[in-house]
Design a protein around this ligand. Sequence first.
Ligand code: BTN
Length: 321
Amino acid sequence: MPDNILRFLKGKKDYISGEEISSALGITRAAVWKKIRLLRSKGFIIAASPSKGYRLVSSPDLSIDEIRANVVGSFWRQVLFYEQLESTNETATALSVDKDIEGGVVILTDAQSRGKGRLGRTWVSPPGANIYMSIILKPELSPKDSTLLTLLAAVASATALRKASGLAVSIKWPNDLMIADKKAGGILTEVRFEPDKIKVAVIGIGINVNIEKKDFPDEIKNIATSLKEETGQAYARSNIIVLLLKEIEAWYKLLMKKGRGPLLEEWNELSCTIGKRVTVSSSKEVFAGKAEGIDEEGLLMIRLQSGVLKKVTAGDVTILK
Ligand code: BTN
């Protein structure tokens, strides 16, 4: 695996000699050269000088080696990559049926032929542009707390996108990642339960990174956006994925250690829904009111005109101007 050599090259700003690499990794100079060639074949630009050694000049936009080198450890155990899938959530769900599978598995793809959105919708998933990722987790949580996982993924995603782009990415309840009033990403959590606890959770995250407006289908052209649309700049997907996986790990550990308090607080900070007048449409009804906050389980609390407080479990929220 070239991950170790990559970790090494990334850690150095300047040239590093083949000899230093070979003794640090305990492999021959010929093996070093073989790994360098393999990395180059995957799109890494590596300068080589007979007197100075090797220097990493640039990395491809989506590199599974780079992601693995940065995150795989005791929390993220495996990162799997596929050129194309129907849906990363479907693949993750199929894998998660294996009772021996551990939590901390990441499934990534470059394109989805049947990307799934919330409420039975399709998630637009062309190749070469965006992030389509599902993670398998096995948290010690009771079934009624499964919404916390969606809130966690939303907080981690908004934070990672803010760090990567400097944009004020916010969260529209329950899980839309918004830039201004357009959607740049979404989360689809699918959970299987045992009687009193979560058996396994699959959290799917889709982020519009480098897709351009002209490539969105007409129906969403005016309501969807991407990081590139907002800043005019292209982003390396690997960097964003690494930031995102690190945020998820940190928030997950905090949730397990300190409970839901800090997570709900941060969700409120990042939310663009709370305090606003909204309409909510579900399969059963449409109503308007003021979004007052989320409860302990992450349900949205709407104060109706009548003064009654109504809790929303699912639906589409539109923020009224
Ligand atoms: C939404 O409707 O807001 C949720 C969108 C979730 C899309 C992601 S892309 C990766 C994962 N695989 C899927 O099929 N869907 C989720």
